[in-house]
Design a protein around this ligand. Structure first.
Ligand code: GTP
Ligand code: MG
Length: 302
């Protein structure tokens, strides 16, 4: 009985037989490959701690320059914000474990379910994949939102990952980002209002607003520019929160999974009560209040 027949009988496993053949008749190329194999040991374990909410925040790199090169409207360019929202929805279409996303200005935060097993919770894989899908989508959808504007150079985004161990930490994180939206937008609206409506220079507008609190900025906007801040579009004042919904879509009225952009308060309790499945890690239930006229993104793969 030949050596190989003996091995075949004793192992009774074709996979292992093939492995033996491969090993015994390996070419010098395969040997060389295994010689270098050790470099893998330089890789390090970067798994996110279990049971923590995983937040990935992307931020446009040098968007001050990017937005002025592309002549974005000041202080807010609605089409640019909608492009950000579309790109973030592409991330949520791809990764079902992203249960919510929040965006404002040139940044977007993605919240992964605390029990996610995406890429074995490896930080570098999660962060790079999300950044890549978002950045590629921003370029891919550019023409859909800016049919009259050429993309002059490739935009890019930095990314970071932060872990939050409690639901309250996660809510505080999102409250921080939405409070930031409010502070920046009120300032920017008043600043550009004083320049465009009152004809002030950048320096003069800065001086008028220096040291003022929110209520004073509101008053300056109202008295000097005739603008009631509360009438500004909610997408500017609140930013955008992307949530998942299970809805009946006409005409077939079959159940569909959609992603909806909302411009609502996420600091108070009511948002978290309405979308309680997010913190409770529950499956979506049919949402009967959905209006198909609102903007939504259909999730094609389920
Ligand atoms: N005109 C206009 N500019 C915007 C809009 N949204 C964001 N920006 C610009 O993008 C900048 C974003 O701020 P930052 O992220 O702090 O600045 P950055 O230039 O991107 O710098 P890094 O993030 O540090 O690379 C703002 O300061 C604005 O200049 C918009 O809707 N319209
Ligand atoms: Mg930026």
């Amino acid at each position: 009985m030949s050596l190989y027949t003996k091995k075949l009988i004793s192992l009774r496993d074709w996979h292992r037989v093939l492995h033996i053949y491969a090993k015994e008749f390996s070419t010098s190329k395969a040997m060389a490959k295994s010689k270098y194999e050790y470099v893998r040991t330089f890789e390090f374990e970067d798994r996110c701690l279990q049971n923590c909410w995983i937040v990935v925040r992307l931020d446009g790199r040098s968007f001050h320059r990017f937005t002025s090169s592309h002549k974005f409207e000041k202080p807010n360019d609605k089409r640019a914000l909608e492009l950000m929202n579309r790109s973030a929805a592409a991330v949520m279409e791809e990764f079902r474990d992203v249960s919510l996303a929040y965006g404002q200005s040139d940044e977007y935060s993605f919240i992964l379910r605390k029990n996610t097993d995406l890429y074995n919770r490896r930080q570098s894989k999660i962060m790079s994949a999300i950044n890549s899908i978002f950045s590629a989508s921003y370029v891919y959808y550019w023409n859909t939102f800016f049919e009259d504007k050429k993309l002059l150079y490739p935009p890019s985004f930095d990314a970071r990952i932060v872990l939050y161990p409690t639901d309250q930490n996660l809510r505080d994180y999102l409250s921080w980002r939405q409070a930031d939206t409010h502070i920046n937008n009120l300032y920017n609206t008043a600043f550009w209002g004083l320049i465009s409506m009152k004809g002030l220079s950048n320096n003069e507008a800065e001086k008028v607003l220096s040291g003022t609190v929110s209520s004073e900025k509101n008053e300056i906007l109202f008295k000097e520019c005739g603008t009631n801040y509360n009438n500004e579009l909610p997408i500017y004042r609140k930013g955008t929160v992307l949530v998942r919904k299970l809805v009946n879509l006409p005409p077939s009225k079959s159940k569909k999974h959609v992603i909806c952009p909302l411009h609502v308060d996420i600091i108070g309790d009511s948002f978290w009560e309405e979308y309680n499945e997010i913190l409770n890690l529950k499956d979506l239930i049919l949402n009967k209040d959905f209006k198909p006229d609102d903007i939504f993104y259909l999730v094609k793969r389920s």
